[in-house]
Ligand binder design. Structure first.
Ligand code: ADP
Ligand code: ZN
Length: 689
């Protein structure tokens, strides 16, 4: 019998690392949640291991907290802490049920069969008889009338758990299950035949029926008594796939995402943990769904950047999904029309080369903007006026990018970040897109008093306004629009119209009658100083092309650019993802970028630049001192000021992943412990995006 539990206290301090020993409470098991005395406080904790004894003098825990975590998630958390350079406590924090919520109960009233026939009921008033007729049911806020029925022995009141369901499944909604195409069938067969721990990549053009493959593979896993996790990109606009799973599988689907109320999330989490729901669907954090008997983990749109969590702890849900599947002996199935070079390199591929409807992909024309002055090329403008329904992608929110004073040249910048403020005309504010700072639109320059203020650049708001001025029906979709789902629905039902928006417009939705797609500024992603710029641009153009020409009328795509010869654009225009991936992998191999090396980024931030540079310099020196083989240290390099913090980074490129991560961790921990670097915030990002 184990007398001691080893626990991780859930504190955020990086320096405090468990495990710590306590006396085992009754029924102790890995995953049990506790409150333990720790220093002078009581803190929440999780049991990570059991032991027969301890070298220390363990004390008793304060109390046990329900529900506990599945042991499998504890294993996953300890792995995650290592893999993404965070602490076990922070990793365990990701696995917990939603905080601040508990099961909801309400009074339930059943009718009681009376012994003496109709007699008591006969003495009831009409409203009382109606009430009795409506049982059994949960009581409303007014229980007094029911209490009176109970007093007369006609109703029984009990307290029951009420489920807070995030999605109402439409009763009787069609659960069509189309016969599979030959390609789909081959893919499903391969997934079903896969052995535990195997990984597969479903590479299918947009509209090739990947979702149907996910649904059938899920069906098979359920039939074998296993459970399934389905990861989707950020939920807002991917409700479509959630709806398709819910329609097919009903209540056995639980949905996990941050837009649910805490109560709904708690109930969905509990349904998964108790096995009442066997399919967990949601964005990246759904990878931590407390499911037992996992048989299949699906990652839809695996190229999507939202799988990377940018806050602390930084993790990549795709990496976690792979680990979780391997741990549970489940199959990992990732899918995309534009898979990542990393996945192509590592995972056996299944292909869906054609659209289900037999339509060809729309022709894509590259429009050279080098000689065109305006925001839209005249040809593009004409095409928009002629189109029935068009989708226009411009990856910049707001009205214009920045303002300058026409007299003295002053540019309006964020007081806390080294970036210009973006004009949002419909809210009459200037906003910082990095920290959220807002201020009023200036009428006058505070430096010289000048009143001629120039607006530069065009964002979605201004473009939508320009197009509306031509009489077109314009719909706008970007992060500033409150109800994206409503905008999409309105665009979907409109006879004609133009949908203008950021990259959201290229994601996952399916309108049959879009006959034109436009990328306004393909260079905005291409110019981005990042080794994934080509991959992102290719994906964006390809995904947008996937939205156009789904109907009988066909369609086409126009891509405006200052770099008409860029490879990413040329291959996207030819719908040639194989050629693109081939070229991209060759480039990455030559430059030693992922998947041929692992990148780890260490960011330093503090209000004062001297301290930041000193710390970043010490980290770079510490890393170089180790002189590890196959490790290249880049930097330190300064980053722009953000939220009042000066910043600098050091990037490590390591040919061997785990030695590289371990090296960075040990150097960062040493520097973090040194008093002289105390005021500088350090964060480690493995596989930065
Ligand atoms: P993808 O996810 O690859 O972009 P979808 O799964 O959204 O493609 O499929 C595109 C459309 O084709 C959807 O409306 C879907 O219902 C339909 N579909 C998928 N498979 C079939 C099939 N075998 N027969 C008929 N329609 C299908
Ligand atoms: Zn700012």
């Amino acid at each position: 019998m184990s007398r001691v539990v080893q626990v991780e206290p859930l504190t955020t301090a990086r320096a405090l690392r468990g495990p710590f020993d306590y006396l085992a409470p009754e029924g102790a098991a890995v995953g049990m949640r506790l409150v333990v005395p720790f220093g002078r406080r009581d803190v929440p904790a999780v049991v990570t291991a059991l032991a027969a004894g301890s070298a220390h003098d363990p004390v008793a825990v304060r109390r046990v907290v329900e529900p506990s975590l599945p042991a499998e998630l504890v294993t996953l958390a300890l792995w995650l802490a290592d893999e993404y350079c965070t602490t076990p406590a922070r990793a365990l924090g990701l696995m917990l049920p939603p905080a601040g919520a508990r099961a909801k109960t309400a009074l339930w009233a059943d009718a009681v069969e009376s012994d003496d026939g109709e007699a008591p009921a006969a003495r009831l008033s009409d409203p009382q008889r109606a009430l009795l007729g409506s049982l059994p049911r949960f009581t409303g806020p007014d229980t007094a009338a029911l209490r009176r029925l109970e007093a007369r022995g006609l109703a029984a009141l009990t307290r029951r758990v009420v489920r807070r369901a995030p999605l109402q499944v439409p009763v009787g909604a069609a659960r069509a299950r189309p016969p599979l195409t030959a390609d789909q069938q081959a893919a499903v067969d391969r997934v079903v035949a896969a052995s535990g721990g195997e990984r597969l990549l479903l590479h299918g053009v947009t509209g090739s029926g990947k979702t149907e493959v996910y649904l059938r593979a899920t069906e098979e896993a359920l039939a074998r008594g296993r459970s399934v996790i389905v990861l989707v990109p950020e939920i807002g606009l991917t409700a479509q796939i959630v709806a398709r799973f819910t329609l097919r599988f009903g209540d056995t689907v639980a949905i996990l995402h941050s837009q649910l109320s805490a109560g709904e999330r708690f109930d969905e989490w509990e349904r998964l943990r108790r096995g009442e729901a066997r399919i967990g669907v949601g964005p990246r954090s759904a990878v931590f769904a407390p499911l037992a008997g996992l048989g299949l983990v699906i990652v839809d749109e695996e190229h999507d950047a939202s799988y990377k969590q940018e806050g602390d702890p930084r993790y990549d849900a795709r990496g976690v999904a792979q680990q979780r599947a391997a741990q549970a002996d489940a199959v990992l199935l990732v899918g995309s029309a534009t898979p990542r070079p990393e996945s192509i390199q590592a995972i056996p591929r299944l292909r869906l080369p054609a659209r289900v409807d037999g339509q060809a992909l729309p022709p894509v024309r590259i429009v050279d903007m080098r000689a065109a002055p305006g925001i839209l090329h005249p040809d593009v403008h004409t095409a928009l006026m002629d189109a029935r329904k068009a989708i226009v992608l411009l990856n910049r929110r707001g009205w214009s990018n920045f303002l300058t004073c026409g007299t003295c040249g002053r540019a309006w910048e964020c007081p806390d970040c080294d970036v210009t403020l973006v004009l949002h005309r419909d809210r009459a504010t200037m906003a910082c897109h990095h920290c959220g700072h807002r201020e009023r639109v200036p009428r006058q320059c505070p430096d010289c008093g000048g009143v001629s203020i120039a607006r530069h650049g065009t964002g979605t708001e201004r473009l939508a306004d320009d197009l509306a001025a031509t009489g077109a029906d314009v719909f706008r979709l970007d992060a500033d629009v409150r109800s994206g789902a409503r905008v999409l629905a309105a665009f979907g039902t409109a006879e004609r119209g133009i949908l203008v928006g950021t990259q959201m417009v290229a994601k996952g939705h399916d309108f049959p009658d879009v006959d034109l797609g436009v990328v306004v500024d393909a260079d905005s992603t291409l110019r981005f100083p990042d080794f994934r710029a080509e991959e992102r641009t290719f994906a964006l153009v390809t995904q947008l092309a996937g939205r156009a020409g789904r109907g009988r009328a066909g369609g086409r795509v126009l891509v405006q650019t200052m770099a008409p010869d860029a490879e990413a654009l040329r291959f996207a225009a030819q719908h040639d993802s194989d050629a693109f991936l081939h070229a991209e992998l060759a480039r990455r191999r030559a430059l030693r970028y992922p998947p041929f090396a692992t990148l780890v980024r260490v960011a330093c931030a503090a209000p004062e630049s001297g301290a930041v540079l000193a710390t970043a310099g010490a980290i770079a020196a510490g890393l170089r001192e180790q002189d590890a083989p196959g490790v290249q240290v880049l930097g330190p390099a300064s980053l722009f000021r953000l939220r009042g913090n000066e910043r600098a980074q050091v990037v490590v490129k390591a040919v061997e992943r785990h030695p590289g991560i371990t090296l960075v961790r040990s150097v960062v921990d040493t520097i973090a412990a040194a008093g002289e670097h105390k005021g500088v915030n350090l964060s480690v990002d493995v596989d930065p995006q």
